[in-house]
Design a protein around this ligand. Structure first.
Ligand code: CLR
Length: 385
């Protein structure tokens, strides 16, 4: 039946929402959706998914060889997918529509030092509202591991599903205690949002991602139900040494389910386990970026506090009234800027049209597009002292 999981009173607004997204493509984030599908969490919080297993992030720096390091990067990356793409289903019953961040929205957090792995810091800034673009940095300074990236989405509708093309990329930099920094380019998968008809959306990954750098290329292919293993959330990864870069090693082939476990199915470690995310993860500790750990007006949890409260408690009048206030304030700011002939100044990032690291590493695997823009972190950490 249509909208099995949709509260009876919202069925018609759900069908009309679906009809609207089916007949238009572009920026889904700004569309009005029925209350039952709203999440109280802003998209600026999502970069935290990259580090919910901080010990795997830290372990990248312990690798002794290019091969070990490439495997550690791949294990950390695969282990983030469960959080990135299934955690709303676990915590809220289905995928939901996140809060659409405002320009300049900020989110700071950290994962404390534990068992000598060092502390990891997170900083996120919404660097564009239209289209929505989120930039982030995650850094474990004591271990010399740093991830900088940005994210946007292009959505379309096909065969009853929403197709989300992720725009943007991330660069992981590993600086061993005695040595030069090693950079890895990470590209992002395509998503298909299924289950819309029933009102219980969930994500399946499609196509592939690359991790390129440190004399290795990892190609990760995603397949849903009915392919390699016949199960949803399947993937197959091949890790190959770049020819002529001294590696000379053999390929590793890995297969499994990204939300549970995988194992080596080819290469020198064939038969051994690769990753396992069935154990607990560690959510980020949110911290304020102002003097004394206070939260500023533009920090996500403070900015959206009452909207989020309304959504959580089912008080949608409160949620929509507070959301309108935020939107009106944004409109006024943009008007004032035009009148004053100024533009919004980003706090932590600077935009560049062409990321040289993307171009250089992308060429190794001939990825397309050959160039991409990026947001360069200005090394302004209010919270990492
Ligand atoms: C953001 C970047 C993260 C991974 C990630 C996971 C879920 C994605 C989200 C990204 C972007 C926004 C997204 C969301 C799932 C649903 C939501 C595509 C890519 C859209 C805007 C809302 C669709 C509304 C239906 C659920 C009704 O690293």
């Amino acid at each position: 039946q249509v909208g099995e999981a949709v509260p009876a009173a919202q069925r018609s607004s759900w069908t009309s929402f679906l009809r609207t997204i089916a007949s238009f493509s572009g920026d889904l984030s700004s569309m009005t959706a029925p209350p039952f599908i709203l999440s109280p969490v802003s998209l600026t919080e999502f970069p935290a998914y990259w580090c919910e297993r901080p010990e795997l992030f830290a372990a990248i720096s312990d690798a002794a060889t290019d091969e070990e390091r490439a495997l550690a990067v791949l294990e950390w990356f695969i282990s983030t997918l469960k959080g990135q793409y299934t955690s709303r289903n676990e915590s809220m019953g289905s995928e939901k529509k996140p809060l659409n961040p405002v320009l300049g929205e900020l989110f700071y957090g950290q994962w404390p030092d534990r068992n000598g792995r060092g502390r990891t810091d997170l900083l996120v800034e919404q660097v564009s509202h239209h289209p929505p673009i989120t930039a982030y940095v995650i850094q474990n300074k004591s271990k010399g591991v740093k991830l900088v990236g940005h994210n946007a989405q292009k959505t379309s509708f096909s065969g009853g599903s929403i197709i989300v093309k992720q725009i943007g990329h991330a660069i992981l930099t590993v600086t061993p205690p005695s040595g030069k920094p090693i950079e890895y380019l990470i590209t992002l998968p395509r998503l298909r949002i299924d289950g819309l008809w029933y009102g219980s959306p969930y994500i399946e990954l499609a196509e592939n991602t690359y991790i390129i750098g440190g004399n290795y290329v990892a190609t990760i292919d995603y397949k849903g139900r009915g392919y390699f293993t016949g199960k949803s959330h399947s993937f197959k990864a091949i890790l190959t040494p770049v020819p002529g870069c001294g590696g000379g090693g053999k390929d590793h082939v890995i297969e499994g389910l990204w939300h549970t476990i995988s194992k080596f199915i080819g290469g020198p470690r064939s038969g051994r386990e690769f990753h396992d995310v069935t154990g607990p993860k560690e959510e980020v500790t949110v911290i304020g970026g102002e003097e004394g750990g206070e939260m500023g007006e533009f920090e996500s949890r403070k900015l959206w506090n009452l909207v989020a409260k309304g959504i959580r408690e089912g008080d949608f009048e409160l949620a929509s009234r507070e959301k309108t206030k935020i939107e009106n304030d944004q409109r006024q700011r943009r008007k004032d800027e035009i009148a004053a002939k100024t533009t919004w100044k980003l706090k932590h990032f600077e935009h560049i049209d062409n990321d040289p690291t993307y171009e250089r590493l992308g060429r190794i695997a001939k990825i397309s597009p050959p160039t991409e823009d990026a947001y360069v972190f200005q090394d302004t950490w209010p919270t990492s002292g």
